[in-house]
Ligand binder design. Structure first.
Ligand code: C5P
Length: 411
């Protein structure tokens, strides 16, 4: 028997569309509640002709959501909050009409809007007459959605409500539960590859001394850990730190900015990266020459140290022909934080930049932070709070943005 404990305390948005199989969604809602999930039903207006919203309300203990622009419902949990509340969205049954809407990225009712806006795994269980099911447009829409990461559950084959025999029946509830349980054990960044840089770099002066900075790597490591927990494949390119590699993360340890640049370039050449996050405090310069032996007072000329510029790693990634879908930089500033960060975002051709105020010993080495994330469209603040919480919120926003950008690039 499948382990259904993954449903425990999970927030499930159950979308119900207007087909006769809508009656089976009552049983599905009940079954998910029984194994510990919280279920919020969202119906399309057409679905209400098949099952009354009161039935779902009684089964789930939550008023059913139907209208996109319902001031009463929006005063509680707005549609974007609902999309973020969800740990999983499943549309069962999903009609040919809703399939077409989802495949073309339209969001003309609450359910399709929540589908577009959620970072959670998205599942749909088609149910329709066998003749409709065999129409090539239905096949195309399903392929498009599946290609974009939607989980297609079923359909089953057999006797249909209309008397036909063939494929198009909604999967039986125990089967749906098993498949959803398997999907719940993954996260909203499942299937995504993130490369994150973290920590300081050390630029050697001689065999024992280096130019460094105060970065501890804690923010970058918190990001790597949160990304792995949300299901991403994570490569962490890390400068010297005292931190343990987070669970489920592949670490590439480097020392200098040049090493970090080479490591990032070879990662982008070798694989498709969905998102690059440059959280490292990379040294902008390095000694022009590394003394072969330890410099000695009274012996070597200590009157000057000639420096040369290091490559800008994130700028190189942003301009690469295999540019990741989303490139996110960090800007540690001590003055004119937002203006400096905005200028850096433009100059380095980044999608997002997270500005943080590092004046007066804040941030570096600390457990807390506050990020002001600047995008082409505006600004979002994450925190103040502990770095692990901020990392999770930023990664959830990244998960949403990746699904939006990938959806757009496919249409
Ligand atoms: O220009 P500045 O160093 O302030 O920009 C900070 C952002 O650029 C961070 O995301 C940092 O990781 C990245 N950076 C880089 N390569 C450098 C310097 C900074 O990738 N040489």
């Amino acid at each position: 028997m499948t382990d259904l404990s993954g449903f425990s305390a999970k927030h499930i948005v159950l979308g119900v569309t207007g087909g006769i199989a809508a009656y089976k969604a009552c049983e599905l809602a009940r079954a998910m509640m029984r194994v510990g999930a919280e279920v919020q039903v969202v119906m399309t207006p057409a679905a209400t002709a098949f099952v009354g919203p009161m039935t779902f309300q009684a089964l789930t203990g939550r008023p059913v959501r139907i209208e996109l622009l319902d001031p009463t419902a929006e005063a509680g949990m707005g549609h974007i909050e609902l999309a973020r509340w969800a740990d999983l969205v499943v549309i069962a049954p999903c009609t040919a009409n809703t399939l077409a809407t989802l495949a073309t990225g339209r969001a003309d009712d609450l359910l399709t809007t929540v589908w577009l806006a959620t970072p959670a795994p998205r599942c749909l269980a088609p149910a329709m007459n066998q003749q409709m099911w065999s129409d090539p447009t239905v096949t195309e829409h399903l392929q498009t959605l599946s290609h974009r990461g939607a989980h297609v559950l079923g359909p089953d084959s057999g006797i249909q409500a209309c008397g036909d025999i063939g494929p198009g029946r909604l999967l039986e509830v125990p089967d749906l539960l098993d498949r959803l349980a398997a999907i719940l054990s993954r996260g909203p960044l499942s299937g995504r590859h993130l490369v994150i840089t973290a920590g300081p770099t050390h630029e050697p002066i001689d065999p024992v001394r280096y130019l460094g900075n105060r970065a501890s790597g804690k923010m970058g490591y918190a990001l790597a850990s949160a990304a792995a927990q949300l299901g991403a494949r994570v490569t962490l390119v890390s400068g010297p730190t005292a931190l343990d590699c987070p669970r489920g993360v592949t670490r590439v340890a480097i020392e200098t900015a040049m090493d970090m640049d080479r490591a990032c370039q070879s990662l982008i050449e070798a694989a498709t990266i969905d998102c690059f996050i440059g959280a490292a405090a990379v040294s902008d310069m390095r000694p022009a020459q590394v003394a072969p032996d330890k410099l000695k007072k009274g012996h070597d000329d200590l009157s000057h140290l000639t420096l040369v510029e290091n490559p800008d790693i994130i700028e190189g990634i942003a301009q690469h022909p295999k540019r990741p879908t989303l490139v996110v930089g960090f800007a540690a500033e001590t003055q004119a934080m937002l203006a400096n960060a905005a200028a850096k975002r433009t100059r380095k051709q980044l999608d997002w930049i997270c500005a943080n105020d590092v004046s007066n010993g804040q941030v570096f080495g600390q457990e807390t932070n506050c990020l002001h994330c600047l995008t082409a469209d505006g600004q979002t603040t994450f925190g103040p709070g502990i770095k692990s919480d901020i990392a999770r919120d930023l990664l959830l926003a990244i998960a949403i943005q990746l699904s939006v950008l990938k959806d757009t690039s496919c249409t």
